[in-house]
Design a binder for this molecule. Sequence first.
Ligand code: SF4
Ligand code: FES
Length: 248
Amino acid sequence: MNITVRVWRQKNADDKGRMVTYGVENVSEHMSFLEMLDVLNEQLTLSGDDPIAFDHDCREGICGMCGVVINGIAHGPEVTTTCQLHMRSFEDGAVIDVEPWRAGAFPVVKDLVVDRSAFDRIIQAGGYISAPTGSAPDAHAVPVPKDDADHAFDAATCIGCGACVAACPNGSAMLFTSAKITHLGLLPQGQPERESRVIGMVEQHDHEGFGGCTNIGECTSACPKGIPLDTIAQLNRDLLGALAHGKA
Ligand code: SF4
Ligand code: FES
């Protein structure tokens, strides 16, 4: 395949940034999108240009680092991570736009790299349990109903990629926050901090500049792990309960 990519280039956080057009030839349809960017970067390096900065780590859909907007869609045309997107999803001769996540709470660091440390601070505000560590407890020592275990597991598959924020017209991180709250709130070990957790995490979410949820649902459509809107309903129930108990 021979393709054209128009990539957001921005030297640093203060630079205004612009789209720059590059041609990439002999792209295999079996390459991942990131491998195509590797080929382009090799081309740029050999010609003495600055390679495109983009985040990546596991390249197998589990770390959440590789978020970019492709042709206006978070992670591109398939509901998956950018590292799991393959060039066969595009036509030969395609012109492909590549941009960083666009959200006020995710400032651009360089090119396609954004600062997602706001997510870390939301986790620090309550996304943990205080169960003592030590030797592993006996299996089944703490019974958990199967439905709760399944839903907690599903919520725990959130990889913190930020696609939900990038896709949301409000720039809201409610799907991410609610996935963490649901994961811990459904398990016995998550009960002691259940109310302080939801208050702390929602306060930090708002403090970071993420928008509010108005139930549009773009987040769940873009989520590579299929985190459902139900988790936001769970967050709202927990928040109302905590407020009713005067926890704010
Ligand atoms: S909820 Fe989905 S889209 Fe949002 S950070 Fe988690 S995995 Fe990514
Ligand atoms: S590089 Fe880890 S999810 Fe894509």
